[in-house]
Design a binder for this molecule. Structure first.
Ligand code: PLP
Length: 398
């Protein structure tokens, strides 16, 4: 599907996703279980555009929602509450009230205080809240510090000793049903070792609890599998799943996973147009494109690398470029020090592997509209989110 055709029809910047890649990526993880009992809860935070959520639902995916609003989107996409786990470190009282009143698969609780708040709401509503406790295993995910969540110094979860003590109290708390132990040590993890260690810890604690009489239904091992942004090798879906199953199988517990990036990232590109080129230093130019930190925050937020390629094959000699966005921040750099065939205003570039944490993190800074999104499926394409207008933005204001 020529990206130039889509850009001509829809304008730029535009996210373009491949339905076939989304399906392949989902199935690669799902099928790697080879019959071992499991459920994949696609992490909506990676990309919750309705059509993407619906596509994953149609494949049989369940959902991981990180806010009550993601729960709303999940339900609109066809996910039953019983197929949704509710994660997140700062659930507000309103969010908890809503979550307890739905028969969610689990509320993944992050602290003793949150557990008490869930309990109080459940008791008042006369319900039993299904909860999982998120462990903080003090394991280094060896990823970027901004997306590592498993160390003691990170805000997430409950340290193992505290969790043990907390879990003891659950026997005498009839408004709470403990259904799982949960762990998620970070995102863009490219070494299986931390994932394996976290799985072993969560499975071990689950079995300890089961022996003590807790009716645990599964172990939730979170998400986190990385993708190759720069072409270097990363573990495959099969290697990932077999590492986790290897730690859990002897306990016989079903596994819940919450993959986001590994499914969505490689399925999307952000197509942008060069708006200006100007000299930078003796050996390089700035190429200013019409997408920046407002459309794809990852490079500015954590120096993330995305391959950037011209959309049309060009025989022009190569030039070194600092590829920057239009936003008035010096951190608005999309790609540093890139060799590309000589660019001119009007040329299109594709920023690769942008399907996860791309459109989902877009903002209106500088009043820039949220970009359009397109899904390519079976040789055709359709707009799945139209470009926002300034009137859409102003509709909220008086
Ligand atoms: C609790 C939880 N589960 C799942 C995910 C999804 O992670 P990833 O997109 O790396 O698979 C995240 C994201 O960091 C998360 O915080």
């Amino acid at each position: 599907m020529p990206l130039a055709d889509i850009a001509a029809a829809v304008g730029t910047p535009v996210y373009v996703y491949s339905a076939a890649t989304l399906r392949d990526r989902y199935r690669a993880i799902d099928e790697a279980f080879d019959g071992y009992p499991h459920a994949l809860h696609y992490a909506l935070k990676a990309n919750s555009t309705l059509a993407i959520a619906r596509l994953l639902r149609a494949l049989g995916s369940s959902a991981d929602a990180n806010s009550i609003w993601e729960i709303d989107v999940a339900r609109k996409a066809g996910f039953e509450p019983s197929h949704i786990v509710f994660t997140g470190v700062g659930k507000s009282p309103e969010e908890l009230e809503c979550a307890v009143s739905l028969p969610l698969k689990a509320i993944n609780v992050e602290s003793a205080g949150e557990l008490a708040r869930v309990e109080a709401i459940a008791a008042r509503l006369g319900r039993t809240a299904r909860v999982a406790i998120r462990l903080n295993p003090d394991i280094d995910a060896q990823s970027h510090p901004h997306i590592s969540t498993g160390l003691k110094i990170n805000k997430f979860g409950v340290p193992v000793d505290e969790a043990r003590a907390l879990l003891q109290t659950l026997k005498s708390r009839p408004s709470l049903a403990l259904v799982a132990v949960h762990v998620h040590v970070g995102s863009q993890i490219t070494s299986l070792d931390p994932l394996r260690r976290a799985a072993a810890l969560a499975a071990g604690l689950s079995v300890e609890l089961r022996r003590a009489g807790a009716p645990l239904e599964y172990v939730d091992l979170g998400g986190g599998l990385g993708v190759s942004y720069d072409g270097r090798e990363v573990p495959s879906g099969r290697e990932y799943v077999s590492a986790l199953v290897g730690e859990v199988r002897r306990f016989g517990l079903p596994i819940v996973l919450e993959p986001g990036r590994a499914i969505a990232a490689p399925a999307g590109v952000l197509v942008a147009r060069v708006v200006d080129v100007k000299p930078r230093d003796d050996t390089s130019d700035f190429a200013i494109i019409d997408a920046g930190m407002t459309e794809l925050l990852r490079p500015a937020l954590y120096n993330a690398f995305h391959r950037i390629e011209p959309v049309s094959i060009s025989a022009a000699p190569e030039r070194r470029y600092e590829i920057v966005g239009p936003v008035c921040e010096s951190s608005d750099v999309v790609g540093r020090d890139r060799l590309l065939p000589r660019l001119a205003p009007g040329d299109l570039v594709a920023i690769r592997d942008a399907g996860a944490y791309g459109s989902a993190m877009a903002s209106n800074y500088n009043r820039r509209p949220l970009p359009a999104e397109v899904l390519v499926e079976d040789g055709e394409w359709r707009v799945i989110r139209r470009r926002q207008t300034v009137d859409d933005q102003l509709a909220l204001e008086t």
